[in-house]
Design a protein around this ligand. Structure first.
Ligand code: ADP
Length: 310
């Protein structure tokens, strides 16, 4: 296009030059009148070459800058997707690891008993009972994993409305009373009358996890205190126990999936309760925190919005 423009410019200059010369009333020889002003075709082609070079150079720079920017922007856009895929892969490998150990134990115990020719009916029944108990534990684990996985689709979860948290906590306490009694643990509560915006079933699950842990990790004859109070549009619910407490190093890990303190590795549990609790709180746009002194006890505090959030 620029080359055409250069030619056009030369043509037009020639026409104008001749028109202007004709207007002059002086005896100019015809040779001079017809003299082309762009008499040097080499100069014209050199100009074209230079324009071509400048254009290639400028376009190259534009291409490089836009390519680089495009690469950076694409990276930025894809980062959350990459993080999500990484998180999903971590979840799958954690879950498979947790499922493999009890399944292998179950399989080998059945194989050993199957090879035993002298296996009595009584022994077989005992084995089946043990297996059923293991299968139940596996079911608990898979249920917890499914609950965690469902939080990935959190946008689909609808928070139904106002929930009377005080009443809900009271009901959870009643449900867990037999478990507490078994371990001679007392409940003390100051619940008032407070409501939050959320999902009743999920909040029940959250309170149950915290209460269950408070009982599980309390010493015999312990005391679990539950309190609810309001503060600047939020409701603060706390569960305090005077149990085994959590080591300072473990505090930042406590809400991680599959995290269990060293001392609890051999007891029942999969380290999923607090991860689920954290997800439920985040779903309600709240916060969960823990304060603990090792050997003295722990306090879990949940902060939830009182009113509907957009
Ligand atoms: P689980 O109780 O099944 O192991 P959780 O996710 O509920 O799984 O808890 C993770 C870990 O946090 C527990 O293994 C325990 O070490 C610690 N923990 C949770 N709650 C308490 C508590 N109230 N007191 C002391 N330690 C606790």
């Amino acid at each position: 296009m620029l080359s055409i423009e250069v030619d056009r410019f030369a043509r037009m200059s020639q026409i104008r030059y001749q028109r202007d010369i004709e207007r002059i009333d002086l005896p100019i020889p015809a040779k001079i009148r017809q003299l082309p002003i762009f008499s040097d075709p080499e100069l014209a082609s050199e100009t074209k070459q230079r324009i071509k070079f400048v254009l290639i150079y400028i376009n190259g720079v534009i291409l490089l800058i836009s390519g680089g920017l495009g690469y950076l922007l694409a990276g930025k856009t894809l980062q959350p997707i990459k993080e999500m895929v990484d998180e999903q892969n971590r979840f799958i490998s954690d879950a498979s690891h947790e499922l493999r150990t009890p399944l292998t134990a179950l399989k080998s115990s059945m194989e050993v008993h199957l090879r035993d020719r002298k296996l009595t009916l009584q022994q077989a029944k005992k084995l089946i009972r043990e297996n059923i108990s293991d299968v139940n534990k596996l079911k608990t684990l898979s249920d917890a994993l499914l609950t965690l996985a469902s939080f990935e689709k959190r946008k689909e979860v609808k928070l139904s409305g106002k929930v009377n948290l005080s009443k809900l906590v009271c009901e959870c306490m009643e449900d867990l009373e037999p478990l507490a009694k078994e371990r001679h643990i007392m409940f003390k509560s100051n619940l008032g009358s407070f409501s939050v915006w959320g999902d009743m079933h999920k909040l029940t699950e959250l309170v149950t996890i915290l209460l269950d842990n408070a009982i599980k990790y309390s010493k015999e004859d312990g005391l679990v205190s539950l309190k609810i109070r309001a503060e600047k549009g939020f409701v603060l619910f706390s569960v305090k126990d005077n149990g085994i407490g959590i080591k300072k190093d473990n505090l930042p890990l406590i809400f991680d999936r599959f995290f269990r303190a060293e001392e609890q590795r051999n007891t029942i549990g999969y380290g999923l309760g607090l991860a689920i609790a954290k997800n439920i709180v985040e779903l309600h746009r709240g916060q969960i925190s823990v304060e603990s002194i090792y050997g003295k006890g722990s306090t879990f505090i949940v902060k939830l919005p009182q009113n509907k959030f957009s």
